[in-house]
Design a protein around this ligand. Structure first.
Ligand SMILES: Nc1ncnc2c1ncn2[C@@H]1O[C@H](COP(=O)(O)OP(=O)(O)O)[C@@H](O)[C@H]1O
Ligand SMILES: [Mg+2]
Ligand SMILES: [Zn+2]
Length: 456
């Protein structure tokens, strides 16, 4: 007999309770608990115990190399940790309209061209809408099946008919399972559906890609509640009004999470950007401007050159504004404090805005020196030489500290034609091959200003 259960579920984090409370005790959101009725007709949790994985000693376990399949895009593969692992469950999350369906359809085209069968479940669109997009993206293959369906059981039936290697669910918020009666998009539904899909991935060895819309605080559950359930979580980000898109792994059971992949959205789909530094530098003018500095950031296995801009303007308000985009706010406050105390810049009557160009988030201290110079040059109306790259962490005493992977950063700068690198005092000798760039070691913030700042 069917069992009916009601519970209150936080639509933000998935916290469950039996009675209503105004504020979620787990994530602290107000009014996010919604009553959900679960009618369990056939519990997928009550599975029969099959002991095909007997207990064994760690020394007896043989390592089986997992099979990886390329997505056809180097940028995507790198973020996944060199391709999709067979039988894994990947969540691709992002804002609506950012290009998730586009990316997956292009990837599907490539995967199918290598002889793999794929079912693309378009729960939000009709088959002909998908066909139109595929035509625009120039995707066609005899191995690519499109299924406009929202019921997960119907999809499962097709798995036995088609026997695919890949399954794409676009999106998890619009499919439902008949196991429970909650409406599609609710926390209970997307969790239960993800459970079922995980089962499919592991037991049938089908690689499953789930697309999830990131929702602003609202009624529909976001991908956050799924993150702990899946193998890999990838976010697709970018400014909707610009063409640049970033892929970023938030969680990865099969690879590192500090890689980013860069794409460009053009008329006929997404094209990958293999040399993002070049792209970030392209919009830059040759003339140096006050407040503009190039830094070498480290993103996973590669270094990226990005521009940091600062704007400093006087204000009549008693508390000046500090605004940062792409840089951690507290980091900015700390850098401003060091500039005031160690260099003597009086910023207490000035608003300071700092912006990292290209939507990149810099969360490493190696950007400190660049940010400090951007603020200082804008304040004094001078410039950092345009052929100069700035690398270094600033300590509270105004000293420049060493950073990781310094060679990689300098190489990238040399590759893009920069003539000077301002770096911390190095503790080791740099390898050969860096002869085209002058490496200037600076012990203190003051020294950095002396060597690379000049009048306009
Ligand atoms: N006919 C079209 N021509 C050019 N670009 C389009 C067209 N249709 C959609 N796009 C672009 O693709 C984006 C939507 O991508 P999509 O993959 O559907 O996003 P998501 O699946 O993340 O919601 C739109 O923002 C738009 O920029
Ligand atoms: Mg879509
Ligand atoms: Zn919550």
């Amino acid at each position: 007999m069917a069992k009916v259960k009601t519970k209150w579920v936080c639509q933000n984090c998935g916290y469950e309770t039996l009675k209503y409370i105004g504020k979620c005790p787990d994530c602290g959101t107000w009014g996010s608990l919604v009553e959900e009725t679960e009618c369990i007709t056939k519990s997928s949790n009550q599975s029969v115990i099959i002991d095909d994985n007997p207990i064994c000693l760690i020394n007896e376990i043989k390592i089986t190399e997992s099979i990886r399949i390329s997505t056809g895009y180097e940028e995507f593969d790198r973020v996944l940790g060199s391709g999709l692992v067979q039988g894994s469950l990947v969540l691709l999350a992002g804002d609506p309209g950012i290009g998730k369906s586009t990316l997956i359809l292009q990837t599907a085209g490539h995967i199918c061209s290598k002889g793999n069968k794929l079912i693309y479940v378009c729960a939000e669109e009709s088959g002909s809408q998908v066909k139109l997009r595929a035509k625009r993206l120039n995707v066609n293959s005899d191995n690519l099946y499109v299924y406009s369906q929202t019921n997960l059981e119907a999809v499962i039936n097709q798995l036995d008919v088609i026997k695919p290697d890949f399954l794409v669910i676009d999106s998890i918020q619009s499919v439902y399972t008949s196991n429970i009666t909650s409406s599609s998009g609710s926390v209970s539904q997307i969790r239960e559906c993800t459970n079922i899909l995980m089962d499919i991935a592991k037991n049938k060895n089908i690689t499953v890609i789930i697309i999830g819309h990131v929702t602003k605080e609202g009624n529909i559950a976001g991908p956050k509640v799924l993150e702990h359930m899946v193998d890999t979580v990838i976010y697709f980000e970018g400014d909707k009004y610009k063409s640049q898109r970033l892929l970023r792994a938030i969680k990865n059971r099969f690879g590192s999470t500090n890689e980013i992949g860069v794409f460009n959205m053009i008329d006929n789909g997404l094209e990958e950007v293999n040399n993002p530094s070049e792209l970030f530098m392209k919009e830059r003018t040759d003339n140096a401007t006050p407040g503009s500095v190039i830094i070498a950031a480290n993103e996973g296995t590669r270094a990226l050159l990005v521009e940091v801009q600062a704007l400093v303007g006087s204000t009549s308000y008693p508390s000046p504004r500090r605004v940062s985009t792409g840089v951690e706010y507290n980091r900015l406050l700390q850098i401003i404090a060091v500039l005031e105390k160690r260099i003597g810049l009086n910023l207490s009557k000035h608003d300071v805005y700092v912006n990292v160009i290209g939507g990149i988030e810099i969360d490493e201290p190696a950007a400190d020196l660049g940010i400090a110079l951007a603020i200082a040059t804008c304040f004094r109306d001078v410039v950092v030489d345009s052929d100069c790259v700035i690398i270094g962490e600033i300590s509270l005493s105004g000293e420049i500290r060493n950073v990781s992977d310094i060679e990689k950063r300098i190489y990238e700068a040399q590759k893009l034609g920069f003539k000077k690198a301002i770096v911390p005092k190095l503790s080791k000798k740099l390898p050969q091959g860096l002869s085209e760039i002058e490496i200037i070691q600076v012990p203190r913030l003051m020294d950095a200003i002396k060597v690379c700042v000049s009048k306009k």
